[in-house]
Design a protein around this ligand. Structure first.
Ligand SMILES: Cc1cc2nc3c(=O)[nH]c(=O)nc-3n(C[C@H](O)[C@H](O)[C@H](O)COP(=O)(O)O)c2cc1C
Length: 357
């Protein structure tokens, strides 16, 4: 299949197979309300087959980054409504990524006394708070009877996303955040029904995804996973365990009929991704990045070889609002400037030039 052919994912038909990856940009102020710059940033990128927002928090306790946008308050919902209206006015599609950061945060960011996680294990490292750099804290291990509340937060945020005009929602089960902390044996030392075996570690991701799908419709629900990403100490170093864990995720969600399963992995053609894809049976989106920036050749290989139905692309679309045109016409690309990934203001955000000629 060509990258530039349409594809139907659940309730949506995308004009091409290039999907903008969720990219945290920290431009939404302390109140987490997307403003004019955020509206403009997403509007500029509306020619992608579909846009995924940066990770948005479903509760204040779930916030991971300074100036991250939320899907909690009326003002945040109203801010996102302006974004979705602008993207739709350009003929685009946009879904919201819902991300509970769990222990990848800090009290100074969330305002809560501690961070939360499956187990009381701190990440070895530091994060950026409003007051500067601070070591990660030892999180509070969530009690089993607190987990339905976490699922409810995702459901409320998903409903808020639909109220804000989004075309769907992506549940963030990747990159070391809360759901991934439950999946990864190094972060989850629980001995209850949510820890130990692959099925138990998969349970919260499955329950959350199912509840969101039930609330807003499976045809509007995506799940993102990143098996073996080994980030933020959410280590998955045993290949057999990783396969069993993510097969448990897939087996738990397969009957829902989701719009898509989005997989971040460096080897899209490898056994893990392709076993998951076959078992899932529905649309699979692939992102090959993280060590190396996704290239046009990478993207073409995914759809050309049938490794996935669509390609998720991050940094190239961050730096090239007109990436679809540039890649389809073989035009040169702007380079992404890492120093402005998480800063404030227009620079490195809404000022990447379109191709003029
Ligand atoms: C600045 C930046 C912010 C990111 N924020 C998120 C995020 O909020 N949620 C998420 O799932 N992944 C996030 N990622 C990972 C990207 O979605 C993507 O997987 C990664 O950039 C690799 O793809 P690429 O090589 O096409 O850039 C982020 C990556 C970057 C560079």
């Amino acid at each position: 299949m060509s990258l530039f052919s349409p594809v139907t994912l659940g309730d949506l038909t995308l004009p091409n197979r290039l999907v903008m990856a969720p990219l945290t940009r920290s431009r939404s102020g302390r109140d987490g309300v997307p403003g004019d710059d955020v509206v403009e940033y997403y509007r500029q990128r509306a020619s992608m087959g579909m846009l995924t927002t940066e990770g948005t928090y479903p509760s204040f306790a779930g916030q991971g980054f300074v100036r991250q946008p939320g899907l909690v308050t009326d003002a945040q919902i109203a801010g996102w409504r302006r974004v979705t209206d602008a993207v739709h006015a350009e003929g685009g599609l946009i879904i919201a990524q819902i991300m509970h950061a769990g222990r990848v945060s800090h009290s100074d960011i969330t305002g809560a006394p501690t961070t939360v996680a499956p187990s009381a294990i701190a990440i070895d490292g530091a994060t950026h708070t409003y007051d500067g750099k601070a070591p990660y804290q030892v999180p509070k291990a969530l009690a089993a009877d607190e987990l339905p509340g976490i699922v409810d937060e995702f459901v409320r945020a998903a409903r808020n996303a639909i109220a804000a005009g989004f075309d769907g929602v992506e549940v963030h089960g990747a990159n070391g955040y809360l759901l991934h902390q439950f999946l990864a044996p190094a972060a989850n030392h629980r001995t209850d029904a949510y820890g130990g075996s692959p099925e138990n570690r998969a349970r919260l991701t499955v329950e959350t995804t199912a509840a969101v799908a039930q609330a807003i419709g499976a045809g509007k629900t995506w799940l993102r996973i990143s098996p073996q990403h080994n980030i933020e100490d959410a280590l998955e170093t045993d290949p057999a365990d990783a396969l069993a864990t993510y097969l448990a995720v897939v087996d738990g969600i397969v009957a829902l009929g989701l719009a898509g399963l989005s997989v971040l992995h460096t080897e899209p053609s490898g056994e893990l991704v392709q076993t998951l894809r076959t078992r899932f049976g529905g649309p699979v989106l692939v992102n090959t990045g993280f060590n190396a920036v996704t290239t046009l050749a990478d993207a073409r290989a995914v759809t050309g070889n049938g490794w996935g139905d669509a390609v998720v692309v991050g940094r190239p679309v961050l730096a090239n609002p007109d990436l679809v045109r540039r890649w389809s016409e073989g035009l040169p690309l702007n380079e992404a400037d890492q120093t402005t990934f998480y800063t404030e203001g227009h620079k490195g955000y809404t000022d990447y030039p379109f191709w003029q000629r």
